[in-house]
Design a protein around this ligand. Structure first.
Ligand code: ZN
Ligand code: ZN
Length: 419
């Protein structure tokens, strides 16, 4: 009771101070926990390196990919649940909903493409809506500008102000046009984006409304798309602001996961950023998940680099590189294994060597499972059976090791032994 009283009095005196303290405490705990997770990561990594052998590398690689896939499924399920709740709560018709989803996916593609092709060095005003910026950049390119050399910023009054000249920027019939006077700094009033576009044809207007609505693509974009559809077709649905904020936070977190799951570099960046910055909504559990995602990317790429070479085909691979058809033919005749990797490495699609390799690859198969996995070799037997192969998976079967060579029943040598 005494504690509660003290808290109330403190709140009266310091306003938001107790809340701030609580947040600071939360942030501190988070950062400390992250450090522990990082230490766990290091020891897990050491363990992986120690425990990996040629025999289990392929399984471990497969396992890493499976784990990443599980993370992906998890994220997409969480997203589906949130979207479904939204659809049910506002009783949105299937047709409207599907169209909205389609628009969002198209815009996502557009946004990604634009970002990829137009990543430059200029620092643009963060107040400017991202997707609007993307469209603007694309317009700039069409008009012969390099957006990477132009600093775009938001002005209050709608004037076009530049450092080294004037840029005339106008919107008519929903089409954005820019008249170039000089390079430099361009000021744009985002006020224009708030105009009422009731008289603009629906398709064009929708696009612009979406730009206005979308600060970020994702679930918020669904709202934007719905809003524009709703305005056209059915009476407007009012969405409570509080819910919008909650969904936005959810969406931001999910987009972090999506970046981390896209590639190794993304995962590393997100992990690093999250280990140093705490933002409300990011829990220790999230960091643990980012760390796990990062681990699987890293182990996959490490395993692939050091354990996906098939050492039994190196002499052939060398001759292929030299383009020595006679040597390649002889090695294939003597029963040397071909890998898909080797075929893919041969860049000239029409070359004789490539054709030879492809034919041989088709013909070669493991004498036990009748498949052609990458990790396959000539049967590791003292009696060299030309043209007979065995894969590592089948070799590892106890029955095979006990009964010996499937052709002559002699004891098999080690799978890793040279010919
Ligand atoms: Zn096999
Ligand atoms: Zn044999």
């Amino acid at each position: 009771m005494k504690h509660i009283k003290t808290y109330i009095i403190l709140s009266l005196f310091y306003g938001n101070a107790p809340i701030l303290c609580m947040q600071q405490q939360k942030a501190q705990n988070y950062i400390t926990e992250c450090k522990t997770i990082n230490e766990e990561y290091q020891s897990r990594w050491k363990k992986l390196i120690k425990s990996t052998t040629e025999d289990n590398a392929a399984e471990k690689m497969e396992q890493s990919q499976k784990e990443l896939q599980l993370h992906r499924r998890h994220i997409s399920n969480e997203k589906k649940i949130v979207l479904f709740t939204l659809k049910t709560r506002y009783q949105i018709h299937d047709k409207v909903w599907d169209t909205a989803l389609q628009i969002v996916s198209e815009l996502k593609k557009y946004n990604k493409k634009t970002r990829l092709s137009l990543s430059g060095g200029a620092v643009h005003d963060p107040k400017m809506p991202g997707s609007f910026l993307a469209m603007l950049k694309s317009e700039l390119v069409k008009n012969g500008h390099n957006p990477a050399s132009i600093n775009l910023f938001v002005t209050e009054n709608g004037c076009e102000q530049t450092k080294n000249g004037i840029i005339q920027y106008s919107l008519s019939e929903g089409v954005l046009s820019i008249e170039r006077k000089d390079y430099g700094h361009i000021g744009i009033s985002c006020f224009d984006l708030k105009h009422n576009y009731a008289d603009i044809p629906f398709q064009k207007g929708r696009c612009l409304r979406l730009i206005k609505w979308m600060q970020k693509l994702g679930i918020r974009a669904i709202y934007g798309a719905l809003e524009s559809l709703v305005v056209e077709d059915i009476p407007p649905v009012s969405i409570p602001k509080k819910e919008f904020t909650v969904l936005n936070a959810f969406d931001q977190k999910k987009s972090l996961y999506e970046i981390a799951l896209e590639d190794k570099q993304g995962a590393e960046c997100i992990k690093k950023w999250c280990s140093q910055v705490w933002s409300e909504g990011t829990e220790v559990e999230d960091y643990r998940r980012f760390s796990d995602i990062c681990f699987h990317w890293q182990s996959y790429s490490w395993l692939k680099k050091y354990f996906s070479n098939n050492y039994h085909c190196i002499p052939l691979a060398l001759k292929v590189k030299c383009g020595d058809i006679t040597a390649v033919t002889n090695l294939l005749k003597s029963g040397m294994v071909v890998t898909q990797h080797m075929i893919d490495d041969e860049k000239h699609d029409e070359s004789e060597v490539k054709k030879l390799l492809q034919e041989a690859h088709k013909a070669q198969r493991c004498c036990i499972c009748f498949e052609h996995p990458e990790d396959m070799r000539d049967v590791p037997c003292v009696q060299r059976h030309t043209g007979d192969f065995m894969c590592r998976k089948c070799y590892k079967h106890l029955d095979i090791q006990q009964s010996g060579c499937p052709i002559c029943e002699r004891a098999l040598s080690s799978y890793n032994s040279a010919r």
